[in-house]
Ligand binder design. Sequence first.
Ligand code: UD1
Length: 432
Amino acid sequence: MDKIRIVGGTPLRGVIPISGAKNAALPLMAACLLTDDKLTLCNMPYLADIVTMANLLAQHGVDLNIDGIHQGRAITLCAGHIHNLTAPYEVVRTMRASVLVLGPLLARFGAARVSLPGGCAIGTRPIDLHLKALEQMGAEIELIDGYINAKVPHRLKGTDIQFEKVSVGATENILMAACLAEGETILRNAAQEPEVADLAYCLQAMGAKIEGIGTSELRIQGVNSLHGCTYTVIADRIEAGSFAAAAAITGGDVELVGIRASLMQSVIEKFAEAGIGITETERGLRVVGTGRKIQGIDIMTAPYPGFPTDMQAQMMAMLSMAEGASMVTETIFENRYMHVPELIRMGTNINVHGSSAMIRGVSSLRGAEVMATDLRASLSLVIAALAAEGETIIHRVYHLDRGYERLEEKLAACGATIERISERATAKAEAA
Ligand code: UD1
């Protein structure tokens, strides 16, 4: 397995281009299943999760065409000849977002068989909300041998759905299904994340009738068919926030190009509270470490527009060197503190009590051998390593590859000492 080696202590200075958002790109790819026309998505990030979704769609029969290998690449998907309605366990278990094919397949073909996602490192993450809403729309669902077997006798029927809990994935799945349902679907307590809105705008461009985009109440008038379109994926607010935390902890000065402040207000507010200036530029955002110590702050994760759970681990790393104490409370996922024992190996002072963590700021961190445990947790280790004295080796970097495009390249361009040690190189060295 590849490792990442970082030697900390250099303030990041320079420009970082922000890639297209993984969490927008994945549902947008699934949306291709709603039409037999071509859907072209621009500004696609090149990530392991995108490849997984591409492979999943290909085995359903989607024809894929990838254009370009760097940022801004486009992918064209055509679901004109779907021959398989099963999303197999081997794929779904590696990426929970695979379940987003369920709504579109069921709405367009009247049947779908999707493996249950199973356990996940950051909590149990059930999909009951997706299934309950589809049943309300007339789907017949059975769970057999670890698979969701769903079918609908005629066509999904629009209805009034009140989600018990805010769920990004359930909102996206049902939004897509509702576009081809009969009549009106109302989604109440819908997720308002910018990635959900991005999906809704793309569906509109494909001919869907959706009102209330960006709010907690979506109204969808079903249509008989959708057509293709060309759509540009929004920038990744989590990637931008992660680099902002890295710039802040190293006392750097970085411009994040391609991101808009409006996508990440709650994060910008917390940076300001901690004494880190984030200002808008013509091309994006500028983060300047003030040279003074970061101030300890309290953070509670919440659905959008609240503070994103996907930024929790990175903020914790940043706050580990703050003046005073910080309290972080995780309200979205249980068990999302697996980065804490690894951060402690680097000299942080963190105590977890249930869903809250108390971080007492320390004056220095030291490099160590640590292990990435999930996508965002791994970035927290990178952030701490960039500020730590000496060398850090991060193991299991495949987690990073799921969601951060050209991470080493982007950080090295801002002066970081960071390199990937490939599995092959390690094996050769050990054999020598
Ligand atoms: C998406 C994001 C993920 C982010 C999360 C919360 C993608 C590909 N992933 O994940 O990065 O961390 O939103 O912002 O966009 N829940 C249920 N029943 C369900 C569905 C969800 O109880 O049927 C619970 C989950 O266990 C969790 C909470 O609802 O506690 C939120 O989950 P959800 O918003 O669905 O997360 P994902 O869509 O999986």
